[in-house]
Design a protein around this ligand. Structure first.
Ligand code: 13P
Ligand code: SF4
Length: 346
């Protein structure tokens, strides 16, 4: 079945030629990554999308990534997401309307402060637009610390959305771990105006359901089994997990770490399982282990991009039909682009 599907994908790609580029996030399954022209982390993919002049950008990733590609590409380029079900649950934890309401409460709690909102790339276009409208920007896990520095050059507090763990880990990296408050929009007790007035960094109480499941005990266990094992985790993991690991970094940093390892080294990887499997395949000289053993650390949003859907959108393009087009509303696009361009500048 896979051989037949591969043949169909290759035939469609040959027919479409330069018209199409396929971008694949590091968490995509092997059958998608193998067909991608470029595989990378969400920052690298946004740069690739900005630089590409293909008429169609097929995005192996989740909705917020495809939206960002649509924002950053030219108007005559079309972004296609093979499945419309591929939505990151963390992005859904900070709805623009909900943030707008919280913004009024947060700014009222610190009336003499200039608060700069920063949203993680893992958010929808309307939230990116909101951040730009309030003087803020977007960041990814590879440049969050630089985005915070940019914001502190312009204001005196940061509201970081939606991932509290990346917010806390970035605060720690900047030596500001004692200056953090959390804003939980779902819990009346979690919205403390006094804490906001006191803090320099206010983290929205969102999280990634994959990375939040890693625990310090997982690190202790791999080290117990082999004391030479080094551990690298994604900064969406809890603060104590990042603290216990040897290293933390974006998916591109994780790839680089394994690439640069010496033959025979052992690295345990605390991130989505598909990347760990790719690294096991790509670097057979290095022992690459999933940090959680057999526990199923996969992202059900990323998993929605089934290779059969990739085949379908490509064959439909050959037949002259555009399926699953991701198009950000024009009124949000312009401002969201400002937020993304500020990130690309820092
Ligand atoms: P990266 O920016 O490190 O690729 O991470 C994206 C993501 O969704 C992590 O959960
Ligand atoms: Fe969203 Fe987590 Fe999946 Fe990344 S791994 S797309 S943050 S749910």
């Amino acid at each position: 079945e896979e051989a037949e599907r591969t043949q169909r994908i290759e035939a469609a790609l040959e027919e479409l030629g330069d018209e199409v580029v396929i971008l694949g996030h590091n968490y995509q399954r092997r059958e998608i990554v193998e067909h991608a022209d470029f595989v990378g982390d969400s920052y690298q993919l946004s740069v690739e999308a900005a630089e590409s002049d293909a008429e169609y950008v097929i995005f192996g990733g989740v909705t917020f990534m495809a939206e960002s590609a649509d924002i950053i590409t030219d108007d005559d380029q079309t972004v296609i997401l093979p499945s419309m079900e591929a939505s990151c649950p963390m992005a859904g934890m900070a709805e623009a309307l909900q943030v707008d309401a919280a913004w009024a409460e947060i700014t009222a709690a610190a009336p003499d402060s200039d608060i700069i909102p920063i949203t993680y790339m893992n958010s929808y276009a309307d939230l990116k637009a909101f951040c730009a409208s309030q003087g803020g920007l977007v960041c990814t896990s590879s440049n969050a610390h630089r985005a915070f520095e940019w914001a502190f050059d312009r204001g005196d507090k940061v509201l970081f959305l939606p991932d509290k763990h990346l917010g806390e880990n970035t605060a720690h990296r900047l030596g500001m771990e004692d200056r953090v408050a959390t804003w939980d929009p779902w819990d009346p007790e979690g919205k403390d105006p006094e804490a906001v007035a006191e803090a320099d960094i206010i983290c929205w109480d969102g999280y990634c359901q994959v990375h939040e499941r890693f625990r310090v005990e997982h690190i202790e266990k791999v080290r117990e089994e082999n004391p030479d094992t080094k551990v690298i985790v994604h900064p969406e993991c809890r603060r104590e997990v990042v603290e216990a690991a040897d290293k933390a970094g974006s998916t591109a940093d994780i790839c680089r770490t394994v690439e640069e390892a010496d033959p025979g080294d052992t690295w345990a990887i605390g991130t989505e399982i598909h990347l760990t499997r790719h690294l096991q395949r790509w670097h057979p000289d290095v022992e690459v282990l999933p940090l959680c053993g057999d526990a199923c650390m996969d992202c059900n949003a990323m998993r929605q991009i089934d290779p059969n859907y990739l085949t379908w959108v490509l064959e439909e393009l050959v037949a002259g039909r555009e399926r699953n087009v991701i198009e950000v509303a024009p009124e949000e696009k312009e401002l969201a682009k400002v937020a993304l361009e500020r990130m690309l500048e820092v």
